[in-house]
Structure formats: C-alpha cells, structure tokens
Design a protein around this ligand. Structure first.
Ligand code: NAP
Length: 292
C-alpha cells in the first residue's frame, strides 16, 4: 500500500475505507472485507454512529494494531476544550483503542468559532499526551484555516474535504499544500450520496470518465480514485459491497496520462454536493454524541 507522509512524519495509507452512511449492522462486514483484501486505513466519525462496530471488526480481524491507521472525527456538539478531550474518551472507548492515528474536527463551527478553536486546542493537548498520532480538520475553507493558523501551535496534518471531479476546491487545496496540510478527499468517487440538489448525474456515468476507463480497462470508480491519488491526495471511498471494496483498492497498477488528468480537472462545476460549511450551526446539526 502506497503511503503519504504527514507534516509530522507519520505515514498514512493513501487509500482507506470510508464508512459514512454504512449502517452499524453492516459496518463489521464492510471493515472485515476491506482488511481482508489489504486496506489498513479506516475513516469513521463520532457522528456516523458506527465507531463501535469499526472497533469490533478491527479486533476480530487479527491485524496487528500497529499495522492499522484509525481516523475518526469530533462532532460539533463536542466542541470546547474539555468537551473535546472527553470526545476522545468516547471515540477511543467505542473503537476499543488507547491511541488514535488521526483525530480531526469534523466541521468548522462558524457561528461559534471560539469553540472550534478550543476544540483544536484540545486536539493539540491530546497530541502532546501521545493519545493521538496526528491531528487535523475537515471542511475548513481558507478563512477558517487562516483563523486557526493564527493561534494554533500545531499545523493540522490533514484537511478532509469534498473533492471529486465535479467539485475540486482548488483554492483550498492550494492553501493546504502551501501550508503542509494534506488534502484528503471525501466522496472521492463522485459524491454520489450527497447529490440531492446539485443537479449532477452520477459521476460513474460521466462520458469523459467512461472513455478513460475503457482506455485502461478499469472501472469509472477506479479512474476517479486514481485521479485523486496521482494528484497527491488521500482518498477514502465508501462501499458496503465486498466486490466494490476490493475493486476500489485495485488502483495501484495503472497510471492516467497528463492529458487524462487535465480532462478530469475540466469537469469542475463549482457546485458543492455536501452542506455549505458556513451553514453549520449547533441548532441545526448539533446532535449529541452518546457516551462510550
Ligand atoms: N468529512 C466529511 O464531512 C465527510 C462527508 C462525507 C463523506 N466523508 C467520508 O468520505 C467517505 C467517502 O465519501 P462518500 O461515501 O460520500 O462517497 P464515495 O466514496 O465517493 O461514494 C460512495 C458511493 O459510491 C458507491 N460505490 C462505492 N464503490 C463503488 C464502485 N466501485 N462502483 C460503483 N459504486 C461504488 C457506494 O455504494 P455501495 O456502498 O452500495 O457500494 C456509495 O453509494 C465517507 O464514507 C466518509 O468516511 C466525510
């Protein structure tokens, strides 16, 4: 498995399994299928409600803990210094591990950015205590990053963002890269799950992707993952289906040409599939996270 080196020297497997919208009762099987075919990185979140099942699958797999990279996220209802320290106890307790490999803030909370900064300070404390190996953020736009970097003592290792053929966030990606923050792509095979209002059809049926996939004898999903990897991103595709989980990992034996990369870049639409980060408020999205 190809790895990416974070800004603190920690190695992250370049491709991991995402488990957003994977129902808890299907999570054990999905994670087991992934570990079985060679995945070593799982991306979950307190808000996904399946950390416990991820932990069970990891323990049952027999894969040594040191070979695994476990990433999870603090939800906004747990922002604040003490609250976020406690969020670590909740997530690590459910996952059944003493240490997390990567712990990130799930969203900026623009309506109470002070709480977001307090939450990040707690991540810095967890890092200093050795409870987590790396810390980061998700869905942070350039202004959020600037405000964070003004006060942070640790530059985030990762910014997990919606990045796919139709919404590439190049300005944020460039800012991240300039500051040593790794871009990690969510919805890397096309944001299929969020495309309720954006008007896109499935990325997997895009004619440009179809042509490239035929040229390489690879599926559209594989082409989209390869595009992300070749541009230096971490990618975390989600599937609950063993054959797709295996297919999504089988992307290290072909290379897209420079022209093909550009052709995919040109599919940008500027339309976000997920929620607008500025619209995230506790009133609308602040579901409490249960204790471990
Ligand atoms: N930080 C955030 O705010 C945030 C937001 C969204 C997602 N994420 C993370 O990113 C991960 C991935 O994002 P995502 O789930 O939105 O999008 P995605 O991985 O781009 O796409 C997942 C969808 O594609 C289908 N699929 C997977 N592999 C396929 C293949 N080879 N061929 C055809 N269809 C395939 C899946 O269905 P089946 O399961 O039925 O195969 C599912 O409907 C999440 O699981 C989560 O870990 C983070």
């Amino acid at each position: 498995m190809q790895t990416l080196t974070l800004n603190n020297g920690v190695h992250l497997p370049a491709l991991g399994l995402g488990v957003f919208q994977t129902p808890p009762d299907e999570t054990r099987a999905a994670v087991a299928a992934a570990l079985d075919v060679g995945y070593r990185h799982v991306d979950t979140a307190a808000a996904y409600g399946n950390e416990r099942e991820v932990g069970e699958a990891i323990r049952n797999s027999g894969v040594p803990r040191g070979e695994l990279f476990i990433e999870t996220k603090v939800w906004i209802s747990d922002y604040g210094y003490d609250e976020t320290l406690h969020a670590f106890d909740k997530s690590s307790g459910k996952l059944g591990v003493d240490q997390l490999d990567l712990f990130i803030l799930h969203q900026p909370l623009p309506s109470d950015f002070g709480k977001t900064l307090d939450a990040y300070r707690a991540l810095e404390a967890l890092l200093a205590d050795g409870k987590v190996r790396a810390i980061g953020v998700s869905n942070f736009m350039v202004d959020h990053l600037r405000a964070l970097l003004d006060v942070a003592t640790v530059v985030p290792a990762v910014n997990q963002l919606e990045i796919h053929l139709y919404f590439q966030q190049r300005e944020v990606q460039a800012f991240d890269s300039e500051h040593g923050i790794l871009n990690q792509a969510w919805s890397p095979i096309g944001g299929i799950t969020f495309y309720r209002d954006s008007g896109h059809t499935s990325a997997l049926e895009d004619p440009v992707i179809g042509e490239i996939s035929r040229a390489h004898g690879k599926s559209p999903a594989q082409v989209l993952l390869r595009w992300g990897l070749q541009q230096g991103r971490s990618v975390i595709p989600k599937s609950t289906k063993p054959e797709r989980i295996a297919q999504n990992l089988d992307v290290f034996d072909f290379e897209l040409t420079a022209d093909e990369l550009v052709a995919i870049d040109k599919l940008e639409t500027g339309k976000r599939g997920g929620p607008e980060p500025e619209s995230i408020t506790l009133a609308k999205f602040g579901t409490p996270i249960p204790e471990a």
